[in-house]
Design a protein around this ligand. Structure first.
Ligand code: F6R
Length: 597
């Protein structure tokens, strides 16, 4: 996730763009760049947050320009990889948000035609493609270029030869036009330009737009004009940054159809029987996962998946314990959203001392952990602002899933047919997640039944056991209700002593080999008069006889359902906390990244 902006009008474009980008910093902040057409096109870009880059910004005169704030996905954090990217002749500049799946093939073709690339990004291929197609009309070149790219994009383009217009196009990544008086804006999100105008035009996928200071013309990808309605936005800036959601946590929960899509994009294909996961080696025969908190639970889910699909032993250790007591051999995978957690950094340092192969699954390119490990794999979620991890948790599971598939196919534990079955349901996950998010009202009704309880239990078996632990962690950190997760079979070994009619139990029930066992565990709970809320497969006809309330998740192959279940647990925690009036985005005593041991 990156932030992009464009401006054409009567003001100093560089100043307006910096202002717009500041409002988009929540979408990414590892590097910044702007391109302005004055007498000619000039570009300034650098690594760092906007406030730092702004100080170095030279005088840039001109009333038309584009800008970008980056969150690295392809290529490290560096000045070369920052946007805008330029065509070989330096006359066309482009900013991009999204992921181009076929960039390697396109890059090769363009290099063969003599194009010189300066960055490692997928984005740079688009500007060279546009240059290749350019024949005097920039909008036509953009339309021809986007026909050749596969993947998701929001792009904004300017050309020195046509200094009065900006071309914008989108597919799968957001782009909104801000309509002003004798000036117009375009950006990834409304807060970017809300200070200047609240009149907006929403672009749809496949649309291409020519923006001049007093004219906005939208066409479909065949070049046919589309009439668009202008809308008024009545949010204030703070609301707008949360896209109208009350809290960042809720916004981030709702982003999961697209963050899961991003995590998978370019890495799975329904045609090729392989997984393309950076340079992950396939000769791994033993894995230790180190992580803390929510990331630790993602690691535990990963253990079930990797052991089943690739038959490779996986040990999951808390980073704070691993440093001093862990087994230092084989491949060590650090799962860390921030890449800055001191305990996990300490664990990787120890693993490296013993010569282990080290991998990080992280959401922050350029974070400390990425500079220490042999390979880092990005979860590509964009910044997570709510202290409670949500979208990064499900993307960590998605990446561990891909590791399992990659290793399983390489060591022949998994057949091509099984791989394809998993790949096609993973690819459909964004759609399933949309359906789960539509259950929010139902989940709010359940949240009302939980909001005044003193203690709540979560239970599950198999990969649903770590989800029970995560459900409990999420609830306690945002709602301050005491919550505990258990492997369902363990209640009778002690925790039953705490169970009474005032302790609701959230039971995660899959249609798997332990379905009957889960039903009998629920029976035991009901015998103690406790309320049971089941999170169950939509095809489960028996569960209604056992549970007091049921929230359904889509029927999916084993492990794929972990992701929709996690989303239900997150919504439940969020709404309980919201009904209790808690400080959801900044729970008391907690920090987003824990940089002390
Ligand atoms: C809980 C949460 C924490 C983190 C933990 C590790 O919602 O966010 O438990 O998961 O502090 O942080 P990272 O993943 O940044 O290493």
């Amino acid at each position: 996730m990156c932030g992009i902006a464009g401006y054409v009008g009567h003001r100093n474009a560089a100043e307006v763009l910096i202002d717009c980008l500041k409002r988009l910093e929540y979408r990414g902040y590892d590097s910044v760049g702007i391109g302005v057409i004055g007498k000619k096109l000039s570009v300034f870009k650098d690594v760092g947050e906007i406030k730092d880059v702004r100080e170095k910004l030279p005088e840039m005169h001109g009333n038309i320009g584009i800008g970008h704030t980056r969150w690295a996905t392809h290529g490290k954090v560096s000045r070369e990889n920052a946007h805008p990217h330029l065509s070989c002749d330096g006359k066309i500049a482009l900013v991009h948000n999204g992921i181009i799946e076929n960039f390697k093939t396109l890059k090769e073709e363009l290099e063969n035609k003599g194009h010189k690339f300066l960055s490692e990004t997928d984005s740079e291929v688009i500007v060279h493609l546009i240059e290749e197609e350019y024949d005097g009309k920039i909008e036509e070149a953009v339309i021809s270029a986007i026909k050749k790219i596969k993947g998701s994009y929001a792009i904004v383009v300017i050309s020195q030869n046509e200094p009065e217009k900006i071309i914008a196009a989108r597919k799968g990544s957001p782009l909104i036009i801000g309509v002003g008086d004798n000036e117009n804006f375009v950006a990834s999100d409304i807060p970017a330009f809300l200070k200047y105008t609240n009149r907006v035009i929403y672009l749809n996928d496949g649309e291409v737009c020519v923006i001049e200071n007093n004219n906005v013309k939208v066409a479909d990808d065949g070049g046919k004009e589309v009439l668009k309605e202008e809308k008024m936005v009545d949010w204030d800036i703070e609301d707008a940054e949360k896209s109208g959601y009350q809290h960042f946590m809720l916004k981030e929960i709702h982003e999961q159809p697209s963050t899961i899509y991003n995590a998978l994009m370019g890495r799975v294909s329904e045609i090729e029987p392989d997984i393309n996961l950076e340079d992950l080696e396939s000769n791994i025969d033993e894995i230790t996962i180190v992580a803390c908190g929510t990331s630790f639970y993602a690691g535990m889910v990963g253990k079930y998946i990797i052991e089943k699909l690739a038959s490779i032993p996986v040990f999951v250790e808390l980073s704070s314990e691993y440093q001093y007591f862990g087994r230092k051999s084989g491949t060590v995978i650090a799962v860390t959203q921030s890449g800055e957690t001191a305990d996990t950094i300490g664990a990787i340092k120890e693993a490296k001392k013993y010569g282990c192969n080290t991998i990080a699954i992280t959401n922050v390119a350029g974070s400390s952990i990425t500079r220490m490990v042999d390979l880092s794999i990005s979860t590509r979620c964009g910044p997570e602002i709510g202290v409670a991890a949500t979208k990064t948790f499900t993307s960590q599971i998605a990446i561990l899933f891909l590791i399992a598939l990659k290793l399983g196919i390489k060591n022949s534990h998994l057949s091509n047919e099984e791989l394809q079955r998993y790949v096609s349901s993973l690819r459909r996950l964004p759609l399933y997640l949309e359906n789960v998010l539509e259950k929010e009202d139902e989940i709010i009704e359940i949240a009302k039944k939980l909001k005044d309880r003193k203690s709540i239990f979560f239970i599950g078996r198999g990969a649903n056991y770590p989800l029970a632990l995560e459900g409990a962690l999420k609830l306690k950190e945002v709602s301050y209700i005491h919550a505990e997760g258990f492997a369902a079979g363990e209640l009778k070994h002690g925790p039953f002593a705490l169970l009474d009619e005032d302790t609701p139990v959230i039971a995660i029930v899959a249609k798997d080999s332990v379905h009957d066992k889960m039903l009998s565990n629920i029976g035991e709970i009901k015998a103690r008069n406790a309320m049971v809320i089941a999170i169950a497969d939509e095809s489960d006809e028996e569960i209604d006889k056992y549970a007091d309330y049921v929230i359904r998740f889509p029927s999916l192959p084993e492990f794929v359902s972990s992701i929709p279940i996690a989303v239900i647990l997150q919504l439940l925690a969020y709404h309980v906390a919201n009904l209790r009036g808690c400080s959801i985005d900044k729970p008391r005593n907690l920090a987003k990244s824990v940089t002390v041991e």
